[in-house]
Design a protein around this ligand. Sequence first.
Ligand SMILES: [Zn+2]
Length: 252
Amino acid sequence: MTGCVFCGAPANSKEHVIPQWLSKGPREDIPGIYQKPVVDLDGTILRDVRHRFGDITVKCVCTTCNNGWMNDLEEGVRPFLLPLILGTDEFAVILDRKMQSDLAAWAMKTIMMFSFTNLKEYHGVIPAADFTYLYRYRRLSTRRMIARVFHMPVRAHGTDEEVLFEWHLRKSVNPKGIVGFLRLGNFGIQVCSMRLPGDKQLNKFKEFPNTLPLWPPTERWVWPPEEKCEEGHIDALIYGGHTSPFGTSKKR
Ligand SMILES: [Zn+2]
């Protein structure tokens, strides 16, 4: 048995990549969670999976982590995750700093678990230091990690192409690190983690329409934003080359 990716204890627990309450279809008008084919970092299809996301489990964590802090993180975002996914004014939600922090950590944890649904040779894409950091602090690093959220159009709803849940992970070259993306209905999250020398820090994201900052947290904001992002903009963001949407600077 391999070790828990977070604490090193035997990885004796099955973790649902997508919380079961969400994958079963949390409301009548949400048909449940479907997955696109598993692709590698260049977009090549590795495995075609057409079954429901909710069935997918990974065995890379221990019972203590899974039933302890990981479950706490899950329960922490649960009350406001659905309004974010629905993205309608009817279910507007206000996120304070604590909620933003928990949501960013939850997104990172979820992307981490997704990375273990890939073939084995891709399991090492997220550096061990990132798992350790999340385990130790239950939040992201304010120096070398950054996240933002997008109000997204839901594409191809109710067809064979139906996608409510989508995830992407790619390597960033300059600065070196990973860029993860989660799409949950009308809600998208981009999480970046860079390997930077101790005296350097990440700058804020460059401008992008209809996004809100998630990490580092800011004063409270209201979801959803008035307008949605354009599909083309999102595709460019997810698939567009290896240019980072931010720079680095000397730590003050
Ligand atoms: Zn553990």
